[in-house]
Design a binder for this molecule. Structure first.
Ligand SMILES: O=C1C[C@@](O)(C(=O)O)C[C@@H](O)[C@@H]1O
Length: 149
């Protein structure tokens, strides 16, 4: 079964508790459960991680080079600052989908720029935590298309 790495950046451990008016009330554990249920339906293995540390996320992306077929990533605030995450993703060959729970384009202008979008095959923003499920479906269909060629 192809493995998908779902990677989450800083402060997402507080999902459901911090600024619920922006990010909703679902926790990251709820997101992981929903992702695991969908992954099982799609025939995908899932690795689900969260870190508040940029280097840890870079290391997980490096691991994914050896082990994962695709990446779903919510880099959180690092989206807007991290060339290191962009460079790591550029060294990964499979499909990458960037997810944001909130619609970053409706928010402060510093959230409008994403380094990660320079690499992402798709970007989902503003669909709440459902965005993770949409991203998984998309990675799955890209992998299916790849396997057929
Ligand atoms: O921490 C986050 C979460 C976020 O990535 C989102 O999921 O909406 C949007 C980022 O701008 C913010 O720093």
């Amino acid at each position: 079964m192809p493995l998908i790495a779902v990677l989450n950046g800083p402060n997402l451990n507080l999902l459901g508790k911090r600024q619920p008016e922006i990010y909703g009330r679902e926790t990251l554990a709820d997101v992981e459960t929903a992702c695991r249920t969908l992954a099982a339906e799609l025939g995908l293995d899932l690795r689900f991680h969260q870190s508040n540390h940029e280097g840890q996320i870079v290391d997980w992306i490096h691991d994914a080079r050896e082990t994962a077929a695709g990446i779903v990533i919510n880099p959180a605030a690092l989206t807007h600052t991290s060339v290191a995450i962009l460079d790591a993703l550029n060294a990964f060959e499979g499909p990458v989908v960037e997810v944001h729970v909130s619609n970053v384009h409706k928010r402060e202008s510093f959230r409008h720029h994403s380094f990660v979008s320079l690499r992402a095959d798709g970007v989902i923003a503003g669909c709440g935590t459902e965005g993770y499920l949409l991203a998984l479906r998309h990675v799955s269909s890209r992998l299916g298309a790849r396997n057929r060629t």
